[in-house]
Each structure stands twice: as structure tokens, then as C-alpha cells.
Design a protein around this ligand. Structure first.
Ligand code: NAD
Length: 291
């Protein structure tokens, strides 16, 4: 059996440090969560963030706008949040309704408060190797590896997916930690051949069962970022009963991998932790510490 990279255990261990950092501040770190519309999964994620924030003494403010909100009205809310000294982080919960341009809205967020690390400026800083806020899921992957003492330095790492949110920053972070990184995307030819070379394989695509035994080298560390609902639920009310699986066929891969992150309970909890880590860093910059 491979070592199970338990994200809840790692999160709970890192959490005490976040609580200490919040306690040392003269202000309460405050995260504004901007939700547009009523995407059911977004509401679940927002609730998870609010709940975690409470457990570490941070404050969350949920700004819930209607599905048909105009770009202008959302822009003015974001700009108002930028101006508030008592707000240290702003995130726009994705996905957005189809009529909105997500990048132009994200780029309105003050980069200091962009704790999701998605603005052009924060992506550029990461690209240059001097990150301000690292996108939370990518940072979560890195912290999970750290927790289990798995160093990417000198290893061959392969990342499936190259999104701004996960794949691209995860590859960049692994590279910054000294790994030799290859990226596979939807157009990559013969991805099995590339992934078979990986000592560390990170998968962030959103396709259940994409990665099987044919992709994994014996002894590899496999990090499954994917979140896929496979309930077959046809009604909105059935969604809470959905079964969540990752992109990796766990059963097929477990006899080859030396370590593997489960879904759920792997990268997910680390993502929420990392978001609040970014929030606290932002608050540490803008409000003085207590004596
Ligand atoms: P995305 O749709 O923006 O990006 C998917 C990426 O996968 C793209 O770069 C695409 O080129 C690539 N891709 C598509 N088919 C491929 C294939 N056959 N082989 C290799 N690459 C392929 O998605 P995203 O926002 O990056 O999210 C990826 C997955 O991670 C989703 O399942 C999402 O739900 C999940 N996710 C999990 C967390 C978490 O906390 N665990 C957080 C964010 C996203």
C-alpha cells in the first residue's frame, strides 16, 4: 500500500501556526468572498471557506450578487472592497455566469488583496520567481509534499493541466523547488510516455480516471488535484449526495505509487488552508502586529 497523503492531517497540523499568526495581529484578517449567481457547488465551497476562517479567527464577508449582475455593478463592488482598509483579501468565486469576463473582473482586484493569486500582476511575479500570493491549490500541493518530507529537488516532475488556477502555478512551484518539470496538456502527444518518467506526478485536469497504471512509474508520488462529481445526479437537490472522485484511478495506481493523495481529503483541505495563509500574509503587511 502506498503512503496516503492525508490533506486533513496536514491542514490541521499547519492550522495551529495560522491561529498563532492571527493572534499576533492587531486586526482581524478579513476575506471578502464575491459570489455571482447561485452555482450550487460555489455555495458549498464558500461555506467551507467561511467555516475554516472561523476556526482560525479570521473574518469572512460574503458578497452575494444576482446571476444577472452587470460587469459595471460587480466592478464597483470590487473597487469599493479595494478601498477598504479592513478588507485584506478579495476572491471572486469561480465559475462566473457566461455573460461575464472573468479575467477583466479578476484584474480589478488590488494585487495585494488578490489572495487567489490570479491577477496578471501576481501571475507575472510568480513567473519571475518572486511570488506575492501563490494560487491556493498549487501552494496546497507544495505544502502537502513538504508535510510528508517529499522534496522535489532534483526529481523529475510531470504536471497534467496548465491552467492559471492550478496546473501552471503548480509546475512553476515545483520548478522553483528544484524539480525538472514537464507539462502535459490536452494536445500533448503520447502523455503516458512522459508521465512514466515522473518521480512526482501532479494531475489537475478534471477528467475522472484519466490517469491509470500505464501512466505511473513504480515508486512515483501521485498528487491528484481533480474534483469530479460522478453521482449521475440529474436534479439540483441530488447534488449534495454526489460522489467525488479525482482524475486518478486510485485502485489501478495504488500498487505502483509510493505515495498518493486521495480525493476527497487530499489537496482539497490544503487549498482552503493556503488561501487563508495568503490572507494572513496580506493582513500582516497592512496592519501592525500587537506587541
Ligand atoms: P481547467 O479546465 O481550467 O484546466 C484543465 C487543464 O487540463 C487545461 O490546461 C487542459 O489543457 C488540460 N487537459 C485537458 N485534457 C487533458 C488531457 N487529456 N491530458 C492532459 N491535460 C489535459 O481546470 P482547473 O481549474 O485547472 O481544474 C482542474 C481540476 O482540478 C478540476 O477537476 C477542478 O475541479 C480541480 N480543482 C481542485 C481544487 C482542489 O482544491 N482540490 C481546486 C481547483 C480545481
Amino acid at each position: 500500500m502506498p503512503l496516503i497523503l492525508d490533506g486533513k492531517k496536514a491542514r490541521d497540523s499547519y492550522k495551529s501556526r495560522l491561529i498563532e499568526r492571527v493572534g499576533a495581529l492587531s486586526c482581524t484578517p478579513t476575506l471578502a468572498l464575491v459570489q455571482i449567481g447561485d452555482n450550487r457547488e460555489s455555495t458549498i465551497y464558500i461555506e467551507q471557506k467561511k467555516k475554516f476562517g472561523q476556526t482560525i479567527g479570521a473574518h469572512t464577508e460574503h458578497i452575494h450578487l444576482p446571476e444577472n449582475a452587470t460587469e459595471n455593478s460587480i466592478s464597483s463592488r470590487i473597487l469599493a472592497l479595494n478601498r477598504r482598509d479592513d478588507v485584506h483579501g478579495i476572491i471572486i468565486q469561480l465559475p462566473l455566469p457566461a455573460h461575464l469576463d472573468r479575467l477583466s473582473l479578476i484584474n480589478l482586484i488590488d494585487p495585494e488583496k488578490d489572495v487567489d493569486g490570479l491577477t496578471d500582476e501576481n501571475q507575472r511575479l510568480l513567473e519571475e520567481g518572486t511570488p506575492r500570493h501563490i494560487p491556493a491549490t498549487a501552494k496546497g500541493v507544495s505544502l502537502l509534499l513538504d508535510f510528508y518530507g517529499i522534496s522535489p529537488a532534483g526529481k523529475k516532475a510531470v504536471v497534467f493541466g496548465r491552467s492559471r488556477l492550478v496546473g501552471h502555478p503548480a509546475a512553476k512551484l515545483l520548478e522553483m523547488k528544484g524539480a525538472d518539470v514537464s507539462v502535459c496538456h490536452s494536445k500533448t502527444e503520447d502523455p503516458e510516455k512522459i508521465s512514466k518518467t515522473a518521480n512526482i506526478l501532479v494531475v489537475a485536469v478534471g477528467k475522472p480516471g484519466l490517469i491509470g497504471a500505464r501512466h505511473v512509474k513504480e515508486g512515483a508520488v501521485v498528487i491528484d488535484v481533480g474534483i469530479n462529481s460522478v453521482s449521475g445526479a440529474k436534479l439540483e437537490e441530488e447534488i449534495p449526495k454526489r460522489k467525488i472522485v479525482g482524475d486518478v484511478d486510485f485502485e489501478a495506481v495504488q500498487s505502483l505509487a509510493s505515495a498518493i493523495s486521495p480525493v476527497p481529503g487530499g489537496v482539497g483541505p490544503m487549498t482552503v488552508l493556503s488561501l487563508f495563509d495568503n490572507l494572513i500574509s496580506s493582513a500582516e503587511k497592512s496592519c501592525p502586529r500587537q506587541r
